[in-house]
Write a protein that binds this ligand. Structure first.
Ligand SMILES: *Cc1c(COP(=O)(O)O)cnc(C)c1O
Length: 450
C-alpha cells in the first residue's frame, strides 16, 4: 500500500496542455472596453511580454516548457501525489481519495508553477521590473521568489485585509527582495480614488489589480503579471495535472471525480484540464468540481457575462461568470478565493456543463481542514479547505451509496502562514456570509449580457 507516489526529475512534463485545442466551443474573445470590439494581442503589449501574449491566444494543443523553466521547476517538482488512507479511515468511506500536494513549493502553493515561466519570459525580453497584486499573499510570494531567481525587481500591491492579517507573507516577499504596498494605497490614482470614497476599504483583488496595472502600463521597463484567471496562467498550471496523470496511472486508478478550490481558476485548471482532455477526446466521464466560498459564489450564483477583470474598469472586457466588478467580498480567511470573476476558459467549460461548481460555508471548510490535518498531518491553506468540503460530501455519498469512487483533489497549498485563521476558527470568531438574491441582482444587473 503505497502512500506517496513520486516521480523523478526526468518525469517533469516537457509540455503544458492547452485545453482550448480540445474544447467544442472556444471561449469568446475579450472586448475593448470602449469600442466593444474584439481586441488584438497588441492591446496587451504594454502589460505582458510577447511570448506570454502568444500563449494567451494560442490554439496549439501542447506548448513546450523551456529548459530553463524545467530546470527551475526541479527545485520542488515533481510534487508528490498522496493516497489519503488516514482521511479515508477518518471519513469511514469506501472511496479512494488521492491528493496532489503543491504545498512543497518555495512559497507553499501552486503559484510558482506560473510565476517561474512568467519571470523567465519577462527576463528574456529585457524587462527590468514586474508589478503585481496579491490577495492572501500567495501570488506575491511566488512572484517575489521567481523574480529574484531571474534577477528582476518586484513590486506588490497586497489587499489591505490580508496585509494586516498576514504580516509573515509580506515579510516573506521582502525576504525575496520585493517592495510591498497595502492596497488601496496612496501610491496610485486608483488607490487614492478608492480611499477618498472609503478610507477604511478592506481592499479587494480587483482594486489591487487596478493599482498594479496603473503602475505597469505607461512604463516600458515595467510589466504586469497575473497569478490566475488568464489563459497563459492556466496553461502553466497544467504541469500539475500532467504529472498527476502519470502518478494516477502508477497507482493503477483513474479518478471518477476531481476537485479543486476555485479563486480565478488556475489550480482547478492545472489539475483537471489534462484529465478533462480524456473526456473531450476519449469519451471518458471524469467529473471535475470547482469549490468556491458561499460568500463569493461567482460560479454557482454569478452570471455569464462580459465584465472587467479589475474594479476600476481598466482591463479588457472578459466573457466570464462574475458577480460584477464592483463586488467587494466579505473578509473571509480564504483570501485567494475572494475574486469577483473567473477565467474565460473555465467559464466556457462551466457554461457548456463540462465541469461543475459547488459553494461551501467558511465554517464547514475549516471543520474539514482541521479533520484533514488530524488525519493526514498536513495543515491545508484555507483556500484548499473548500476542496476538502466538496471531497467530504462526495466521500459521504460514496459511503451512503456503497460505491467505491476514486476522488482526486488539489491540495494546492499549506496553511502555515494562516494559523491566525485557524486560531480564529478555534476561538469561535469566524462567521458564515451568504449573499442575498437582491444583492446579487444589484451587482450583476448592469453587466453586458453575452
Ligand atoms: C491563489 C490561490 C488559490 C486561488 O487561485 P486559483 O487561481 O483559483 O488557483 C487557491 N489556493 C491557494 C493556496 C492559492 O494560493
Amino acid at each position: 500500500m503505497e502512500k506517496k507516489i513520486l516521480l523523478t526529475e526526468k518525469e517533469i512534463p516537457s509540455h503544458w496542455y492547452n485545453i482550448i485545442a480540445s474544447m467544442p466551443n472556444k471561449p469568446l474573445p475579450p472586448l475593448h472596453p470602449g469600442t466593444r470590439q474584439p481586441i488584438g494581442p497588441e492591446m496587451l503589449e504594454p502589460l505582458f511580454p510577447m511570448e506570454l501574449i502568444k500563449q494567451e491566444v494560442t490554439g496549439e494543443k501542447y506548448v513546450e516548457i523551456p529548459d530553463a523553466v524545467r530546470e527551475a521547476y526541479k527545485l520542488y517538482r515533481p510534487t508528490p501525489l498522496y493516497r489519503a488512507y488516514g482521511l479515508e479511515a477518518a471519513l469511514d468511506t469506501p472511496a479512494h481519495i488521492y491528493y496532489k500536494y503543491e504545498g512543497v513549493s518555495p512559497s507553499g502553493s501552486h503559484k510558482p508553477n506560473t510565476a517561474i515561466p512568467q519571470a523567465y519570459y519577462n527576463k528574456q525580453q529585457g524587462v527590468k521590473r514586474i508589478v503585481t497584486e496579491t490577495g492572501a499573499g500567495q501570488w506575491g510570494s511566488a512572484l517575489s521568489f521567481a523574480c529574484n531567481m531571474f534577477g528582476l525587481e518586484c513590486e506588490v500591491y497586497m489587499v489591505k485585509v490580508s496585509y494586516n492579517q498576514k504580516p509573515y507573507r509580506r515579510i516573506m516577499m521582502e525576504t525575496f527582495g520585493a517592495k510591498v504596498y497595502a492596497s488601496p494605497s496612496d501610491h496610485t490614482e486608483s488607490g487614492r480614488k478608492i480611499l477618498a470614497a472609503d478610507p477604511h476599504s478592506p481592499g479587494s483583488l480587483g482594486i489591487a489589480i487596478s493599482e498594479a496595472i496603473e503602475r505597469a502600463a505607461p512604463d516600458p521597463d515595467t510589466k504586469y503579471a497575473l497569478g490566475s484567471v488568464l489563459n497563459h496562467v492556466l496553461l502553466h498550471q497544467t504541469v500539475v495535472g500532467q504529472e498527476a496523470l502519470i502518478q494516477m496511472e502508477k497507482a493503477g486508478e483513474l479518478p471518477d471525480i476531481i476537485v479543486a478550490p476555485f479563486g480565478g481558476g488556475s489550480n482547478f485548471a492545472g489539475l483537471s484540464f489534462p484529465f478533462l482532455r480524456l473526456n473531450l477526446e476519449e469519451g471518458k466521464k471524469i467529473r471535475a468540481i470547482a469549490s468556491e466560498p458561499l460568500s463569493c459564489p461567482k460560479l454557482t450564483r454569478g452570471v455569464f457575462s462580459y465584465d472587467f477583470g479589475d474594479t476600476i474598469g481598466m482591463t479588457p472586457l472578459l466573457p466570464m461568470y462574475t458577480l460584477g466588478h464592483e463586488f467587494v467580498p466579505a473578509s473571509i480567511h480564504a483570501g485567494g478565493l475572494r475574486y469577483h470573476g473567473a477565467g474565460v476558459i473555465v467559464s466556457q467549460l462551466l457554461k457548456d456543463k463540462l465541469i461543475e461548481a459547488r459553494a461551501h460555508a467558511q465554517l464547514e471548510c475549516f471543520e474539514a481542514g482541521v479533520k484533514f490535518a488530524r488525519a493526514e498531518g498536513i495543515i491545508p491553506a484555507p483556500e484548499a479547505t473548500h476542496a476538502l468540503a466538496t471531497v467530504f460530501q462526495e466521500a459521504a455519498k460514496a459511503r451512503e451509496e456503497g460505491t467505491r469512487k476514486t476522488i482526486l483533489f488539489n491540495l494546492c497549498g499549506h496553511g502555515h502562514f494562516d494559523m491566525q485563521a485557524y486560531g480564529d476558527y478555534f476561538a469561535g470568531k469566524l462567521e458564515d456570509h451568504e449573499l442575498t438574491d437582491a444583492e446579487i441582482s444589484d451587482l450583476t444587473s448592469k453587466l453586458i449580457a453575452v
